[in-house]
Design a protein around this ligand. Structure first.
Ligand code: GRF
Length: 198
């Protein structure tokens, strides 16, 4: 079993897709992975409500701490939480913080992220809006290893998504989310095997 610690700041739809792939019979992650911790920098985040509804450990980090010079300490706290959970892999799912040295050094080559573009195109915030503004015919999503460079680590998997006539930021974002919900569990299933856990 690959043990996952999931970090998110928002809705948590990718977390739900991963957890559904674990708990559904015949799910791509059934018998391959298990979520051991869900943590958020936002106590009001939907991802924590989803985690509780699934009966999983849900932890909120102290409010506002990231805006102060305490950030390295908070990352240390997070690293300790994750270590205590026994997680093998840290899964960023809409985690809106740049991961810094304390966490990166605690889990070298063990943190992954999902980004709503075909990297290296459209790094950074609201990548689907960047793609729309650029007038490209397709965009998509990428799962990648996390390193010190924002959206810069090695690519683990990608799914392309067409941009259709009449698309708005909302319709395109929704289509990318659907692709993310397929791609993230599939990449984690592959990693479970590659890391010798399944
Ligand atoms: C996703 O679009 C992901 O690509 C980005 O943040 C969003 C998280 O959405 N990193 P959700 O919270 O999983 O619904």
């Amino acid at each position: 079993m690959l043990k996952l610690a999931v970090l998110g700041s928002g809705k948590g739809s990718n977390f739900v897709a991963i957890q559904n792939a674990i708990v559904s019979s015949g799910g791509i992650l059934a018998d391959k992975a298990r979520v051991v911790l869900v943590a958020s920098d936002n106590a009001g985040a939907g991802i924590l409500d989803h985690a509780r509804a699934f009966g999983l450990p849900a932890e909120a980090l102290p409010k506002g701490a990231f805006k102060t010079k305490l950030e390295p300490e908070i990352e240390q706290t997070l690293a300790s939480l994750i270590r205590r959970s026994g997680a093998d892999l840290v899964v960023l799912a809409g985690y809106m913080r740049v991961v810094k040295a304390p966490l990166l050094d605690a889990f070298p080559e063990r943190i992954i992220n999902i980004h709503p573009s075909i990297l290296p195109a459209f790094k950074g915030l609201e990548a689907w809006k960047q793609a729309l503004a650029a007038g490209v015919a397709e965009t998509g999503c990428t799962v990648h290893w996390v390193n010190a460079e924002i959206d810069g680590g090695d690519v683990l998997g990608q799914e392309r998504v067409p941009i259709l006539p009449g698309d708005t930021a909302e319709t395109l974002h929704a289509r990318i989310h659907e692709a993310e919900h397929r791609l993230y569990p599939a990449v984690i299933a592959r990693l479970a095997v590659e890391l010798g856990k399944a």
